[in-house]
Design a protein around this ligand. Structure first.
Ligand SMILES: NC(=O)c1ccc[n+]([C@@H]2O[C@H](COP(=O)([O-])OP(=O)(O)OC[C@H]3O[C@@H](n4cnc5c(N)ncnc54)[C@H](OP(=O)(O)O)[C@@H]3O)[C@@H](O)[C@H]2O)c1
Length: 279
């Protein structure tokens, strides 16, 4: 027997040795995803970790130091064949999949009128497309096995429209709504879904998004290790969502979801407008 949800029995092999639980983490080569993978390794999960560049191999090597088995997969998750390639590795192991952390994502700042359509569409393909695509594989599997935990990285940016990162804000509103809808559907199947809502976090995100000259990009940030710890614990408790970091993130997430969108958009604009770091 094996532990899949708090307190249930552990599946043992015929030799009675405990079978380690298994997790997949996307965007595990840096930032929040790497810290989530470290949390899982520290809690004795075998891992499949995915990212696009070869840093994922170094992270996998580090994680193996915790004594767990780690497979690194280099794939472009903005592509459908990339998600399927990752899934074929997950499916290559007959053991149940206990945890899926759907986390890979990018930002992209600047005026929509002056930025590249390809970059916006790529953001949507990754933040929205890979989330839905991988979740479909994961959900089919977890519903079949009657257990599982899914953590989807959303953002406090999900709560209001986001001028100067409009596609990013919309992508996070999508995944937040998606996570909440799935959660309700999957509850009777023994599968939990938790939305992780970080505030500004000290990762490569803002450099990659070209947002270092914005107030949010230049401002104070949370420690990704602490964000991941809060996310991991909320997922293991089966909570519906967690806003990580201090009270100001909770206030922003709550206020953004209750004020009219035009007001929420104005609040976000102060943080995201190019050059706002100097204001
Ligand atoms: N940092 C923040 O302030 C913040 C706040 C709220 C929410 N979030 C969310 O947190 C998640 C993680 O971001 P982060 O802050 O940890 O940023 P990060 O340090 O830039 O990490 C992003 C991860 O996603 C991977 N990735 C990017 N494009 C990919 C692709 N096409 N295919 C496969 N993997 C890809 C990256 O791997 P490669 O380097 O190999 O591409 C990396 O592992 C994102 O969903 C982001 O929206 C971040």
């Amino acid at each position: 027997m094996r532990t899949t949800r708090g307190g249930q029995a552990r599946v043992m092999t015929h030799t009675e040795s405990p079978v380690r639980q298994r997790a997949v983490v996307t965007g595990a080569s840096s930032g929040i995803g790497r810290e989530l993978a470290r949390q899982l390794a520290a809690h004795d999960f075998d891992l499949v970790v995915a990212a696009e560049d070869d840093d994922i191999e170094h992270v996998a090597q580090e994680l193996r130091g915790s004594g767990v088995a780690v497979q690194a997969v280099r794939v472009d998750l903005a592509r459908r064949d990339g998600v399927d390639e990752l899934w074929s590795v997950v499916e290559g192991d007959a053991r149940p999949l206990d945890v899926a952390v759907i986390n890979a994502g990018v930002g992209f700042g600047g005026p929509f009128a002056e930025t590249s359509l390809d970059d916006h569409l790529r953001l949507v393909d990754l933040n929205v497309g890979h989330t839905v695509h991988l979740a479909k594989h994961v959900v089919d599997r977890m519903v079949g096995q009657g257990s599982g935990r899914i953590l989807i990285t959303s953002s406090i940016a999900a709560s209001a429209p986001a001028p100067y990162q409009a596609t990013y804000g919309a992508s996070k509103s999508f995944v937040q709504s998606f996570a909440e809808g799935l959660r309700r559907e999957l509850d009777p199947h023994g599968v939990s879904v938790t939305a992780l809502q970080p505030g500004p976090t000290d990762t490569e995100f803002f450099v990659r998004a070209d947002m270092e000259d914005t107030k949010v990009g230049a401002g104070p940030k949370d420690d990704p290790a602490e964000v991941a710890r809060e996310g991991f614990e909320a997922m293991m408790r089966g909570e519906d969502h967690v806003v990580t970091g201090g009270a100001s993130n909770s206030v922003q997430a709550t206020v953004g979801s209750v004020v009219p969108d035009r007001l929420g958009a104005r609040m976000q604009e102060r943080q995201t407008k190019p050059g706002s770091a100097k204001d």
